[in-house]
Structures are given as structure tokens and as C-alpha cells.
Ligand binder design. Sequence first.
Ligand code: F6R
Length: 605
Amino acid sequence: MFCGIVGFTGKNYQSAPILLKGLQKLEYRGYDSAGLFVSDQALGTDQLVKENGRVSELEKLVSSKNVTGNAGIAHTRWATHGVPSVNNAHPHVSADGRFYLVHNGVIENYIELKENYLKNVEFHSDTDTEVAVQLIDKFVKDGLTTFEALKKLISLLDNNSAYGFLLMDREEPERMYVAKQKSPLLIGIGSDFNVVTSDAVAMLDQTHDFIELHDGEIAIVDPDNVQLFAANGDAISREAFHLDIDATETDKGAYPFYMLKEIDEQPVVIRQLISRYLPKDGQPQIGEGIVKDMLAADRIYIIAAGTSYHAGLVGARLFERWAGIPTEVHVSSEFAYEQPLLSEKPFFIFLSQSGETADSREVLQNINAQGFKSLTLTNVEKSTLWREATYALPLLAGPEIAVASTKAYVAQVTLQAILAYALADREQLHLNLEQELSKIAIAIQGIIDDKEQLQEVAKNLLVESPNAFFIGRGIDSTVVLEAALKLKEISYVQTEGFAAGELKHGTLALIEEDTPVIAIMTQPRLAGLVRGNLAETQARGSKTYTIVTQKIATEEDDLVLPDVNELLTPLVSVVPAQLLAYYTSLERGLDVDHPRNLAKSVTVQ
Ligand code: F6R
């Protein structure tokens, strides 16, 4: 479901090391087994190697088997159909060993296909992918070419199915067949080689030039040629785009985990956004079309999932308070199937780090069909949500590798602030956003420079605790949701974040001796109320920790943050929460970057 794909074909290359390196770069997406198939045109040999567990285990196996060959396909699998095991790992192979297939996504009607077409075939795995490769084999035996067989396979998959297919045929040992539907795949262009990948990050050491494949399309990739075909089989052409990412941005350097590196990068991310979107005397530069269409809207609908949804909650307040446009925020998986009554002139904003979240895409496709305009804010240029929206703007956060999102949240809030500022009557607002954001970048740096104190807090307050609570009011009631998500997803401490006033309406029943309660308080008008709520938990034995801004700090408070514009405080107050989550996970001895059961990009619904 969250699997990774890489493929390589070149004339005078050894593909196995390139494929293994690609798989390592995809490890961050989450997986539980890995495998590759490599064929050697010169020797006329090929090898299939699969292993349960880490890519490093696969690497050991590959070197012990002396795998050689100039073309190959490889995969990291996150189990959906069938347990993690060598048999269920990809590539899957057809009964007579002619076809090898790796697949991202889910074939919803695979049991029906198996029953209709493959009654007498012996299967070696529990996967939907093996059904696909056996079908190709069957169709070729029935007289189709490999290309036609792939086309026929695709035509049989039901509408809910998602696939990124990468196929090799032993009779054409240098050629890769590619197809995709709802699951990202890119073709990377080299001088005397070509690659295929589900994530550009995996192949940046080879090339920065990629052709995107659209849903329903098929490609044939040879060492010196790429052919694209529309779903009906007609040849089409598409220019490659150049991806301007430094390959070293995807290395973690001296950092123990990507998450810490990405937290540390947040001040730089804000500065990048300032220089791109507020370049001239702090006047916003985001494109006339976007401003015009947003100003013409009577309501903004922000659509997102998880951390991006939390960033949207902040954005909604910015659009309402600064730009005076009523704004709603919706979880994409709900909006997709329960569309609320819309205003007359809605404008949609999609927030997505990856640009591939299937739930959000479902909404985008629905609203496109209704003819509404949209803007995607994403970290991945040319991603699906980027391509399919009316407008798109990059978050400029650089590749985010840790599963737990940090810098993308900061980038999403910052860019929404810039947008709201662009729409606002700036004379009335009395705010120099460029200066304010620069101040915020410095404030974040201050927290990062002092991060060891948060390691101590994590040790004393959270590491041994089965549960924890974050509370806040006003704008802080949004950031506590993100704080709770961060802590629970990487430390497995069961955590809730909620509006402090809600405590008395139920959750107070969970407070016991030593239950950690962390309050985020940034606004003077609400601080007294939150302090009252905190006292109620203390009376029941809680251990409390307060994160406050300077202007409301007292001697008793634990962490004091510099004062910044009230609606922008989440940019600062989220950082100690990210660090508390990081250190709790670290102190619990967990794999911070790869929390169990989760993956970076959720491309199925
Ligand atoms: C949590 C996290 C997820 C994502 C969510 C949406 O740390 O990363 O909650 O925010 O899966 O993903 P994107 O932003 O890629 O659409």
C-alpha cells in the first residue's frame, strides 16, 4: 500500500547497486520486506532475490549471490494482502518464470480475476500482485504481446483498484513495462540509461529529469528510449521536467534521525518561503490568478489529512481574521464521502506534504467534476494534487523523509499566512509579515538551540507514562492536536489533545496520580481560563508542564517562548511539542523515523 518501486535499465551498468541504493532512499516510506530482479543482457542470465525485513538484509543476500546485470526492478513492500514474508515480497513471478512484476497499490477485484481466469494456476503467495503477473502470462500464452497483455490486465481491474506496475519480460531483458493508476510513478531520463521510480528522491543520484506518468497510461522503457501510450494504446509524448533538489538534501548527515534534522531545518524553511513569496519590500508575490480567484470566493474550504489538517485549522483562522473570508477546514476522508452544502462561490485549498494523499485526491477529483477552482500547497512539485488542482504553490520545505511531519506543518502554516496576508487589506492589518516571520524563525532557532532541556522533560514526564494530554484554548486548541499526534505516532504514548474547556465535559475522568498534562498558552485573554483548567487536573494528581509566551509567563511556568503575532504562535509553540515527541520516542528506544504501522505517503483510501 505504501510500497516503493525502482527500476533501472542501461547499457554498461551494474543495476543491482543502483536499485539497492534506491530502495534505501525509499525506506522512509515504511515497508516490511524487499526484493529485486536483475537481468544480464550480456551473459543471458538473471536473478530474483527477496528478503523479509530490512533493505540491508536484502543487500547482504544480493552480495552473497554475486548478482550481476544491467537492468532490473526492485520493491519495498508494506503488507496489505498476505503477511510480510519472502513469498509475499515482490517481485512476483509468473508460473513459467517469464514475467517479473512489482506493484504498488491494491487490486480490489483480484479474487474474482483469479477465479475467472486462473483456476488451474498454482500460486506461491497470498498477494493480488501475483494474480496480476499470472494474468499477463496467461494473456501472452493466449497470443497477445506483452504490451497488449498489460493493457488487457489494466482493463480488467475495477475502478477502485490502484496500481503502479513495473514489469520485466525475460524475453526482452533490457526492457521495462510501466503502468499506473492512482499510485505515483515517474520515469527518470539518463544519458545512456533510464529509470522508473515511485518517488523521485530514490533516483536523484542518477537523474534530475523526470517524465510523469498519468493515470491509465503505459510506458515502455529501454536503455536509450522511452515510449508513452495513452490508455487507448495511442502513442503520446510528454516533455521531462527538471527537479531542482540537491541529492544531499535527502541524506541525514550527522543526525541520528531525519526527524531531528527536519525540526532543525524549520527556521531555514521559513526564510526560504519569505524570500520566494515576500521578496520585494515584503509585498506578497503569489500570482495574480490565485489572488483574483480567492478574492472572488465567498468561502474557502481547506481539505487535508493528519498534520496537514492541523495546519489547515490555523490557516482557517488566518483567512478569516486577516482576509475576512469565511473558511472551513475538512478532513479529506470525510469530505470525500459526505460533501457538506457548499457556498455559492467556493474556493478549495488542498494541503498536502506529499501531494499524493488518496483521500485528498478523491475530494479534488469530485470538486473538479463540479467545476470549482482550487489551489494545492504541497512539498512535492508535479505530484498528483499539484497537477490536478487549478493552481499549485510549493512549500519549499525540502524533502521530508521522517514519517512524522514537522517542517511541512511549519511551511503550510507559513504559506497560508502569506496567502491570507496577500488577500488582506494590509493597511488595516498593521503587520509587517516579513519581519514577523523572520522573528519567528529566530524564536524557533532559540528553542532548537536549547533542546536538551526538552530531553529532560521527556524523560521525567512522558517516557514512563502510558498516556498524556495536551490542552489549550483559542489558536492553541489547534496546535495541541498536532502536539498530541506527534507524541502518539512516534512514542506510542496514548495522547489526546483538546480544547481546555472540554476537560470538564468528560476527559477529566482520565486524570490520575502522575498523569502528564501539558498546557500551551500563548494568548493573554485566555491564559487565566487555561490555568484554571490546569489547576483542576492538578487537584486530581496530574503532573503538569506549561509552555507559554513571554507576555503571560509567571515564575511557575516551565517553558517561555518569545512573543510573536498571536495567530502565528503555532509556528513557535509546535516546536517544543515536536521535540518532546522526538525525545520520548528516542528515550523509549524506538525507531523515531519509522513508527510502526505508518508510512510517509498514504496513497490508498
Ligand atoms: C503525521 C503525518 C500525517 C500526514 C497525513 C497527510 O505526522 O505526517 O498525518 O500529515 O498523512 O499527508 P500529506 O500531507 O502528505 O497529505
